[in-house]
Design a protein around this ligand. Structure first.
Ligand code: B12
Ligand code: SF4
Length: 470
């Protein structure tokens, strides 16, 4: 009889497909295991489903955990599972536990933490559970031994993701995600890791600046087969840096064209990558359906870009924006304000650049976030030596909110108030679907920095409250 492995996705506000769980589930032998992905965003009563699944020869309960609110849900569910099935091991994997394995294991219900790329480690872990063998020496995990002491095994080196089988999307209810996200979209991850070294980002710690991407041919085969099955209209590449290898990008676009796939697609791009991309590649990408890219602009002052080791120049951002306009491609820019000791001039320069970019195209959107120190990088190390106190428990990390508008350690209340007004009015001023008279008032407000009596803002917020992100 097959053993049941439950893979749990904690509650979150967006409906992206649970790719991490699909990745580790697809690597397991389905002749040996019944794999049940249970997603709190989809199931009405996830705990009941978990109970039913684990009652059927359950061998392991595993969950993927991002920092912030998902911790709360994952912790609560792990405690319930441990209460119901004390003999079944509880495993945590993903970004948060990989960065904080020892802290995570302080939670009594968690037995094992898988660090970094999980496919091979998880398969080997299950084999140890099945044969009831000690976890001694299993690379890439931290765990509690029989004496309840935390043991940290050596790290595992990342392997080429081309060695892994195709994602088995049958493990999830694909149409349910499409319905909830409001678009017939397929989430797909074509590469893992990132070669860059931005000093605020956890990726260099997680994947040690390694990067592997699927071959274009493999992606052509997989995406065509998936399209025949699900007839999606858009592919959202969830990679950290999709445009890392321009030859690969060109070949992928050619695969889509060759197979006549009637799809649009989205990918993540660094501003310098956009500048290095040949005109021919831009053209082919557009022809193959490239609809939008996401560019981590981060800051609008060279001083800050250098401080965060973004390794780009301001003109790269404008030059990539110009290319996107030329080929009628949208951009979601991501901006971070309030880095440690960031000067008022730097903050103002960033806001001014956001305004300039917004004026360039109605297809440009701006996501403006406040810097929140997060370990696993150079800035955090520097802050630690200066005495900055990071969260030390799962409970504290579960309250961590990357997108909070309430607090920033390096911005005054007045600055935050102005930035919040700016965020609201730049949306209103440049969104295509807004009422013209409101757009004009908003343009005047951001130009003059006149944010007194923000009645339009209050009205909009009352009519359309924004959902909390974490
Ligand atoms: C999709 C996504 C989301 C989805 C989450 C979907 C879900 N499952 O619930 C949504 C939109 C909800 C989301 C939200 C956020 N996200 Co997000 N997100 C991503 C994204 C783009 C893709 C994740 C993914 O599926 N990757 C593909 C899989 C295959 O890779 P993986 O996750 O690394 O998984 C591998 C290993 O980690 C491991 N593994 C993972 N889980 C498990 C579980 C087990 C049991 C095992 C054994 C192994 C294992 O094995 C996997 C295969 O090798 C990543 C960037 C990226 N490319 O990874 C950012 C990323 C994870 N997000 C990030 C951030 C900052 C956020 C937000 C804070 C953004 C914001 N401003 O709001 C929020 C907040 C999260 C929250 N607190 O609610 C950061 C890191 C966050 C962190 N430290 O936890 C990332 C890395 C982006 C970045 N570079 O900054 N996100
Ligand atoms: S911010 Fe982007 S480019 Fe920089 S290290 Fe992180 S994933 Fe790579």
């Amino acid at each position: 009889m097959k053993k049941t492995v439950v893979l749990y996705n904690p509650y979150a506000v967006f409906y992206t497909m649970p790719l991490a769980l699909i990745a580790i589930g697809s690597y397991l032998d389905t002749d040996k295991y019944k794999i049940e992905i249970i997603d709190a965003r989809i199931e009405k009563n996830p705990l009941e489903k978990i109970k039913q699944a684990l009652s059927n020869n359950g061998i392991c309960f595993a969950t993927t955990v991002l920092t912030g609110a998902p911790i709360k849900d994952a912790q609560k569910i792990s405690q319930e599972v441990k209460k119901m099935f004390p003999q079944i091991p509880v495993v945590w994997g993903g970004w948060h536990p990989s960065l904080f394995p020892e802290q995570t294991l302080k939670e009594p219900s968690i037995d094992v933490v898988v660090k970094g790329q999980g496919e091979i480690i998880f398969k080997e872990l299950l084999e140890r559970f099945e044969t009831n063998t000690s976890l001694d020496g299993l690379q890439g995990i931290s765990y509690k031994n029989k004496e309840n002491q935390v043991v940290t095994n050596p790290e595992r080196t990342m392997v080429d993701i081309n060695d892994f089988p195709a994602f088995n999307y049958d493990l999830i209810d694909v149409p349910a995600y499409m319905k909830l996200s409001g678009r017939k979209q397929l989430d797909y991850i074509s590469s893992q890791g990132c070669r860059f070294r931005c000093s605020f980002c956890a990726d260099p710690f997680m994947y040690k600046r390694g990067w592997y991407g699927f071959s274009a041919e493999r992606m052509g085969d997989e995406i065509e087969a998936l399209w025949k099955k699900y007839k999606f209209e858009h592919v959202h590449f969830q990679d950290e840096t999709f445009f890392t290898n321009s030859k690969r990008v060109k070949a992928i676009a050619e695969e889509f064209i060759k197979r006549k796939l009637p799809i649009s697609w989205f990918g993540t791009m660094r501003a310098d990558q956009g500048v290095r991309l040949d005109e021919e590649v831009w053209e082919i990408c557009k022809k193959s359906g490239l609809e939008k890219v996401m560019i981590g602009m981060e800051a609008g002052s060279q001083e800050m870009l250098d401080y965060i080791q973004k390794d780009i120049k301001l003109h790269h951002i404008y030059d990539s924006a110009a290319k996107c306009i030329k080929y009628d491609i949208g951009i979601n820019f991501s901006i971070i304000i309030g880095f440690p000791d960031e000067s008022e001039q730097s903050v103002n320069a960033t806001l001014a650049m956001v305004k300039e970019l917004r004026k360039m195209s109605s297809k440009f959107n701006m996501g403006i976030f406040y810097y929140k120190p997060y370990p696993g990088n150079k800035i955090a190390d520097e802050l630690t030596t200066k005495g900055f106190k990071f969260a030390t428990t799962l409970e504290e990390w579960s309250d961590f909110d990357y997108v909070s508008t309430k607090k920033s350690d390096w911005l005054s209340e007045t600055q935050i108030k102005e930035i919040e007004n700016f965020k609201f009015y730049q949306q209103l001023a440049f969104n295509r679907r807004e009422i013209p008279v409101l757009k004009n008032i908003a343009k005047w407000r951001i130009e003059k920095k006149m944010y007194a009596f923000p009645i339009e803002r209050k009205l909009k917020e009352w009519l359309m409250p924004t959902p909390r992100m974490a």
